[in-house]
Design a protein around this ligand. Structure first.
Ligand code: CUO
Length: 687
């Protein structure tokens, strides 16, 4: 109930077995003092039973309650992070699930719904007694962060007029935020994709930067993963740009210059009853002084943070609060820098290095109202669920990535000891699929998403919406391997793709190409002595999660007919959306290099048990409660400079490359249900 209809009080909704919550008297806020009548009126006799909520000694909620109930919530704003940190703490500290339920039913009526949802999600993810509890995908609870608000007017009409069961899906507008006059619009299908934005929100949910309990933040290599996951987003975005005749994204590195790209999000917050503010083309970020958000910071401070960061890289050492210097070593340097840059509580010296990346988001998101004189909230860059919609997101993160690359350039290129796999030869690679040999086929696809949970104070039932997104035809990698070691061996297979040329058809210099490598898959395989043929399906990618998981619909549950196999699927919402695995390509065929490397698993392996964990999208998301499942640097072998002039010069016998083509067909097909997902009807009584 806490994830359904976020602003509709939990005691007005029916849960399992048609039951309703009965709160202790002191839990009802003033406006709901008449609540016992409400329950009777609303549910009459069909509420079979009431669930009494335990009356507990309420903790001090004054800090999280400072955020206005109908306001916005941003993880990038330090004050909001502190409030959330406190609330997470409270939720984590509850003795058992009954106490947690009790405090939640109190908070749900008083705490900002966005913050409440975030903190409860983090707590459920991390409490031992709530592992495996279902939470609906964020897009169902807050569809207002993902789709054109026109949908909600239609949905209200539909829920009030058309009986449940006869409702037709409502089309969601795509490509509605700008016209063809705006060149950036050509990649709006990527920026505004619901799955892409859900992935980003989920990543930041799984990897919070702040909590009173450091264990929630301190996950294996989380700083490095911050660098790598966002680096991959930039690679993917640049590839999409080349396919659409746009040059690679320009870094936003001069904070005194106007930001050329404007963005008009055309989103409404249903909680705040406000439109998300736009940013006009040519806006320059300004010094911020917003007492309401406890923000007072000058642009020059952002520059100072940047300079200190660069200095740390140049000297390969970090200054600690006590003045001591610590060396950035090859093994953990990137992880430290990731936490310093983001920043998180794991930053070695937050006072000195500041909060560079987060404050960049904040400066940009308040550029339209830096001193709050117009009483405006932040723009889409201020929220991890919406930031990727804005072209400036990629300009900012390109710069962030560039700074990380400064560090990577300091490292010595990998030697043969790291690159070779003696006795193993990759004799051939190819791609097979309906689009043809060595061809990736792409097109548009129409899928449905459930909105019913996100519609407060409307009649119950399913409301489906249709949205159009990129899709590729399924394919299989076929890799021929000769093993001359004379015995069986275990190998890690790494598969990357990179553009060969830019938007003008000019070949990419190798150093740029290796930094443009998109990870497509990584898996372990056993090789027999002699010849082997490895066949790996695109749907099994370690980067992506299936559509059904991106849009996890709780009305199918593990064990139900047509439900996903894994009993853990609810928590595994982090993962690149599978429909975005392959860039769009072009009608004439966009050439890409497909690269495969086999490395010695004995050198890559991490000893751990993976039973019952979400481990199928580990490349960008890691594995819940486990170590990152690969000992090598993320992005290996392309994360460091390479002393070769071309990809073919770089090749070792245990690697191979194949030129492939991405061919786009401008047709829209309904989703083919090769995997179980959408159910036609959403039934709020099933959990
Ligand atoms: Cu994910 Cu800037 O960190 O958005």
């Amino acid at each position: 109930l806490f994830f359904d209809r976020p602003i509709e009080p939990c005691f007005m909704q029916k849960g399992e077995e048609q039951a309703v919550f009965e709160l202790p008297d002191n839990y009802y806020p003033e406006k709901y003092k008449f609540a016992s009548n409400v329950i009777a009126n609303r549910f009459g006799n069909d509420a079979n039973k009431t669930i009494p909520v335990r009356n507990i000694a309420l903790p001090n909620l004054s800090l999280p309650m400072q955020l206005p109930y109908n306001g916005q919530f941003s993880l990038f704003i330090p004050k909001h992070r502190q409030m959330a940190g406190r609330l997470i703490d409270i939720f984590m500290g509850m003795r058992d699930v009954e106490d947690l339920t009790s405090i939640c039913s109190f908070c749900q009526l008083r705490i900002n719904p966005y913050m409440f949802n975030y903190c409860l999600s983090v707590a459920i993810l991390h409490r031992p007694d709530t592992k495996g509890v279902d939470i609906p995908t964020f897009a169902q609870t807050f569809p207002d962060k993902f789709v054109d608000p026109k949908v909600f007017r239609k949905a209200r009409e539909v829920t009030n007029v058309v009986p449940n069961g006869s409702r037709m899906p409502i089309p969601i507008n795509v490509n509605y935020t700008a016209s063809d006059l705006e060149p950036e619009q050509r990649v709006a299908y990527f920026r505004e994709d619901i799955g892409v934005n859900l992935h980003h929100w989920h990543w930041h949910l799984v990897y919070p930067g702040e909590a009173a309990d450091p264990a929630i933040v301190n996950k294996d290599r989380r700083g490095e993963l911050f660098y790598y996951m966002h680096q991959q987003i930039i690679c993917r975005f640049n590839a999409e740009r080349y396919c659409n005749g746009l040059s690679r994204v320009r870094r936003y590195n001069d904070f005194r210059q106007p930001i050329e790209e404007g963005y008009f999000p055309k989103l409404d917050s249903q909680v705040a009853s406000r439109a998300w503010p736009p940013r006009f083309s040519g806006t320059t970020i300004r010094d911020l002084e917003r007492p309401v958000d406890l923000i007072k910071i000058d642009v020059s401070q952002l520059e100072t943070m940047r300079d200190r960061f660069v200095q740390a890289i140049e000297t390969l050492s970090v200054t600690l609060p006590n003045g001591r210097q610590v060396t950035l070593d090859e093994e953990t340097g990137i992880d430290t820098l990731g936490n310093m840059m983001e920043s998180t509580i794991l930053s070695p010296n937050r006072n000195y290095y500041g909060d560079f990346h987060n404050m960049g988001h904040v400066f940009i998101s308040f550029a339209h109202d830096p001193d709050h004189r117009h009483l405006e909230q932040f723009g889409v860059m201020g929220d991890s669920a919406t930031a990727m919609r804005d072209p400036v997101f990629y300009r900012w993160h390109s710069y962030i990535d560039d700074l990380f690359q400064l560090y990577k350039y300091k490292l010595t290129p990998y030697g043969n000891d790291k690159l070779d796999f003696p006795g193993i030869r990759v004799s051939g690679i190819s791609v097979e699929g309906t689009a043809g040999t060595n061809t990736f086929g792409t097109r548009w696809e129409e899928s449905t998403v459930e909105l019913g949970r996100g519609l407060d104070f409307t009649p119950r039932g399913s409301v489906l919406a249709k949205y159009t997104h990129l899709q590729h035809e399924d394919f299989t990698y076929v890799i021929d391997v000769m093993n001359t070691t004379g015995r069986g061996v275990m190998a890690t297979v790494r598969i990357f793709m990179a553009p060969i040329q830019n938007e003008k058809g000019q070949p990419l210099p190798f150093d740029e190409q290796r930094k443009s490598m998109i990870e497509l898959d990584k898996f372990t395989t056993s090789l027999n002595a002699g010849n082997n043929t490895i066949r790996q399906r695109s749907v099994d990618s370690s980067v992506t999660i299936p559509y059904s998981r991106t849009f996890a619909d709780q009305s199918t549950r593990p064990g139900d007919p047509g439900a996903p196999e894994s009993a853990e699927f609810d928590f595994c919402g982090c993962g690149w959306p599978h429909h975005m695995l392959i860039p769009k390509g072009t009608a004439g065929g966009f050439p890409v290099a497909l690269f495969v490397m086999l490395s010695n698993w004995e050198q890559d392996r991490i000893e751990q048990d993976l039973v019952g964990t979400c481990n199928d999208a580990a490349s960008y998301c890691g594995i819940r409660d486990r170590r990152y499942p690969d000992r090598r640097a993320m992005g290996f072998p392309f994360d460091r400079p390479i002393s070769a002039n071309s990809l073919s010069d770089f090749l070792r016998p245990n690697m191979n490359v194949r030129q492939c083509t991405i061919r786009f067909r401008d047709v829209t097909l309904p989703r083919q249900r090769s995997e179980p997902t959408i159910v036609s009807e959403y039934d709020s009584t099933r959990r």
